[in-house]
Design a protein around this ligand. Sequence first.
Ligand SMILES: [Zn+2]
Length: 183
Amino acid sequence: MVRKHVTGPFVLPVRDLVHRPGEMREHTIEVAAPEKWGEGLVAVDQGEPVVVDVRLESVHEGILATGEVDTRFTGVCSRCLRDIAEDLQVEFQELFAYPGEEETDFEVQDDHVDLETLVREALVLALPFQPVCQPDCPGLDPVTGERLADGAGPQQSQPLDPRWAALQDFTTTNDDESPRTRG
Ligand SMILES: [Zn+2]
């Protein structure tokens, strides 16, 4: 009950697999993310449900974990800073080696494997660096900083330099000399 070192939300028993090459077990676990995963514009929030489908396979060197993680990331669009939330699905495969077998990032510990680091790293690596709310998000107006309307491309707001802006005013004024019709 109090064997704290072998408990954890992503810990799975492998007692019946250890040193039995060819044996395998499948598990599905759903865990609330124990902390916020990711440092960028988007992250998997603490408490977000994380579903792991994994096949644990006994091989000569250890336990091979193959599976898929399903969760959701939230954050802001890198162009317009609108809030976004999107499903995230990642596949993984990693060997948990028996202690002393070989250099490895992951080891079988006693009679269990802990998938937490593996799952976290797979998810964090899959988070987009430049997330967008939609593929053609027009972003922010570089002059006013306001959100551009959907569909209105940034082409109207190119001149950042005030000198070019002045020139644009000039041409706009000239173009406006078309005759007005009344009545
Ligand atoms: Zn956007």
